[in-house]
Ligand binder design. Sequence first.
Ligand code: NAI
Ligand code: MG
Length: 366
Amino acid sequence: ANPTLLILAGDGIGPEVMGQVKRVIDWFGTKRNLAFDVSEDLVGGAAYDAHGTPLHDDTMAKALAADAVLLGAVGGPKYDALDFSVKPERGLLRLRKEMDLFSNLRPAQCFDALADFSSLKKDVVAGLDIMIVRELTSGVYFGEPRGIFEEGNERVGINTQRYTEGEIDRVARSAFELARRRNKKVCSMEKANVMESGILWREVVQKVRDADYPDIELSHMYADNGAMQLVRAPKQFDVILTDNLFGDILSDCAAMLTGSLGMLPSASLGAPTDTGRPRALYEPVHGSAPDIAGQGKANPIACILSFAMALRYSFDRGDEAARLEAAIETVLADGARTADLMGEEGGTPISTTEMGDAILSALDAS
Ligand code: NAI
Ligand code: MG
């Protein structure tokens, strides 16, 4: 049987960019004999409109059964006034939680044709290709106790940074496995100088490496220095492993090394199922972009690159993922630009569909 893909296009530009991904998926099915059983469902505001909930139980069940889930984006002004319990974001949070997606992969890759587009000097970012692995389901965003409490005659806001050995162990393994597919180099970032959870983090990561990944070169860095190094000389890194809070900040920082939000894919992985594949959700980093939704202006590349990550990490087809990435590199080198990729000098941007057309032609020529 073909592997199964569940597509949840979501809201705003989600369905627009996903439309181009579907064409790419079809191309791999017909031209590369790499067929998927694709099904589609609703998430976010679209699901709320249809069912009064941002993620129907049936959709959740389909996501748990699928070999991989591809998500567009959720949210929009139409839903801003909704009760928190049915907000579009809750649909995405429920997927992450019930699929137990503890390992968030955020690549920062600089396409040569866009090196001028970075906020940094061209030579600092040209050829950059690093991956941040962020722990996604624990740490200070989830630790108990949390809340705003009365203390004496004032209030105190409390969050708790909490990591178990098991939580550190599993995300460390996911980073080391990833490093084996890349350049066998991991830098782990925490603040073991001032945080107990950081001390444990460093100890467990080192232990996992020594026991099961002796072929991986592991280094440790304090996260504040890491932030500085990421901007000063990002090419010194390959895989960066870090916790939820530091990963949130470091991955956004790394993202801007390479330019537009319209170019950034991501993957969130969980434990392997009985198929041997990890539970997996792939999505662009950007949101539903209500300011440009419905205008055919959205850049589909972030979403298409997310599918490339699915080919590599869920379906073990790094060769076809590389083919797709090379096609994108080609169209960018040929000057194809959606509006978000136009610099100060201006020019005429192409539409979402035209970017899809260009990528399919480049695939045909590959
Ligand atoms: P956003 O990422 O949707 O947009 C930020 C800016 O980047 C906008 O100017 C937008 O036009 C531009 N942009 C984003 N993706 C683009 C693309 N593919 N091509 C061209 N331009 C692109 O973030 P914002 O405006 O903060 O949030 C809008 C809505 O999206 C909100 O409802 C928010 O909650 C939701 N959101 C959803 C996310 C998700 O589904 N994972 C992530 C972030 C925000
Ligand atoms: Mg963030």
